[in-house]
Design a protein around this ligand. Structure first.
Ligand SMILES: Cc1cc2nc3c(=O)[nH]c(=O)nc-3n(C[C@H](O)[C@H](O)[C@H](O)COP(=O)(O)OP(=O)(O)OC[C@H]3O[C@@H](n4cnc5c(N)ncnc54)[C@H](O)[C@@H]3O)c2cc1C
Length: 464
């Protein structure tokens, strides 16, 4: 297997000279943070409470790994920057490269978006495979050690500096202490960060929560070639605000399997019963997913998740009051409603941000500036996810503020225009893939299409 090429200034000559770093969590963000820290010469210890599988497999510490995980174009590019050849390797191990304009049928309640070659890609692969590809690359690094079945229990030190991490060995049932120079919290949605900060004597970091009560149900299928029409390789039927509170995705993954994820909001959350899966799929904006599934064979039970709320920790505002050597990354800092498929991209972009901040040696300790920059990075994904979620009347959280309500309404107009207008569809796909700023949706050509055509489209279910 190819060795990781380290980018300057974290070149091989500097290995082991920057002190020890402890990363809590070997999930998506933790592995990428380890790669970055290793590149800057840290001796990195990555802790995870799970047993880490040798081959791609689901694990309890990442309960969401049963569900469809779309790594959109911007995230793919960020990953390529950190792990050159990542996409190629994912495809070599069974992933399917999908052009989101040509091969992904986005079928909203207004109809299917115009089909065109976009040059933007998503790779159809299971979350365990994506993580395994990253993990195998990170494990090759000589200055990274992954300690499985090791849980970070407590942080000790002062308000300004973490001095110790108390670690529980879940296999040997012992406890020991590490005294690193840097600590990275990458322990995901369930992070104990607030408790750890309290142990250090830090003031509480403010959080904002927006919860649309979204539920997921996923099942794996085997499908004959004839089940899938020739004009798509994956299908995405987004929920469409209060008018349509159900959505779904069907995508190919490795080992000749398909992953079907159904999504519902509030009372419309899908359940675990196998007999309800297909009938639910029939109620989406398009029958294409149900039609394909009806020709296939299920390969798994139905797996459910309701852990989908948006939560933003306002680390940027608290930056100067937090320990200078404690860095937060991934879902611990910002967790988003997964419907918008931004989490892994944000994690990859955050790792790239960390790389830039560690390169700038004039700013020590690194945490305050990194957290301020992270806050700026979080702003757009947070706005997009919460603006859409706040359109549902049952959503808990502050708002809807007028601009969020307007953005949610306007995004739906662009989606409607996109069934006839390729410029509107392209702008929508760029924002979805995070390769374009949402301001793209206000380009004159898109604005005109959204206001003229977007208003005239009818609900596709009414038309059929
Ligand atoms: C249902 C669902 C579907 C999703 N779909 C998508 C999608 O389509 N596209 C997308 O981009 N994102 C998606 N996401 C989001 C994505 O899963 C996360 O953004 C991403 O996994 C964040 O990575 P992370 O490393 O922060 O957390 P995780 O990947 O969850 O990893 C956290 C790790 O920390 C470990 N850990 C926790 N506590 C400790 C401790 N005290 N000590 C040691 N180890 C610990 C856990 O075992 C785990 O390995 C989805 C999320 C959900 C819930």
């Amino acid at each position: 297997m190819r060795r990781l090429v380290m980018s300057a200034p974290g070149n091989a000559a500097s290995l082991g000279t920057a002190g020890q770093a402890v990363v809590i969590g070997a999930g998506f963000a933790g592995l990428l943070a380890a790669r970055v820290l290793a590149g800057h010469g840290h001796d990195v210890v990555v802790l995870d409470r799970d047993r880490i599988p040798v081959r791609p497999a689901r694990r309890p510490g990442v309960p969401q790994d049963a569900h469809v995980h779309a790594l959109f174009d911007r995230g793919l590019r960020a990953l390529e920057g950190l792990l050159p050849g990542f996409g190629e390797e994912l495809c070599r191990r069974g992933g399917h490269r999908i052009d989101v304009g040509r091969d992904l049928a986005v079928v909203s309640r207004h109809g299917r978006g115009v089909r065109f070659t976009s040059g933007l890609h998503v790779i159809g692969a299971s979350r365990p495979l994506m993580e395994a590809v990253i993990r195998d690359r990170v494990r090759e690094l000589p200055n990274v050690r992954l300690l499985e079945r090791h849980q970070a229990d407590a942080l000790a030190g002062t308000r300004g500096h973490v001095e110790r991490v108390d670690v529980r060995d879940l296999t040997a049932h012992g406890v020991f202490t590490l005294a690193p120079d840097l600590v990275v919290d990458a322990s995901g949605r369930g992070s104990r960060l607030p408790g750890w900060l309290a142990q250090l004597g830090c003031a509480r970091v403010r959080e904002t929560v927006v919860d649309a009560h979204v539920g997921y149900a996923t099942r794996l299928f085997s499908l004959p070639d004839s089940a899938v029409p020739s004009d798509w390789r994956a299908c995405y039927a987004p929920a469409g605000g209060p008018a349509l509170t159900r959505g779904g995705v069907l995508a190919p993954i490795e080992n000749d399997r398909w992953i079907a994820t159904l999504i519902g909001v509030g009372a419309d959350r899908p359940g675990r019963a196998a007999e309800d899966f297909l009938p639910f799929a029939r109620t989406l904006a398009t029958s294409a997913i149900a039609d394909a599934l009806s020709k296939g064979e299920p390969l798994s039970p139905v797996m459910c998740s309701r852990s989908t709320r948006n939560r933003r920790r306002h680390l940027a505002r608290a930056a100067s009051r937090l320990p200078g050597n404690l860095l937060v990354i991934g879902d611990s800092a910002l967790s988003l409603d997964p419907v918008y498929a931004q989490g892994m991209t944000v994690a990859a972009l955050s790792a790239a941000l960390l790389d830039r901040h560690l390169s700038d040696r004039s700013h020590r300790p690194p945490a305050p500036r990194y957290h301020r920059a992270l806050g700026a990075l979080h702003a757009v994904p947070w706005m997009l996810a919460t603006a859409s979620d706040l359109r549902y009347p049952g959503t808990d959280g502050p708002g809807p503020r007028a601009h969020q309500r307007l953005l949610g309404w306007y995004a739906d107009r662009v989606l409607a225009a996109g069934i006839q207008d390729s410029r509107a569809q392209k702008a929508f796909l760029e924002v979805l893939n995070m390769t374009g700023h949402p301001a793209r949706l206000l380009a004159p050509s898109v604005l005109a299409a959204a206001l003229l055509r977007g208003g005239t489209s009818t609900d596709s279910r009414e038309r059929s």
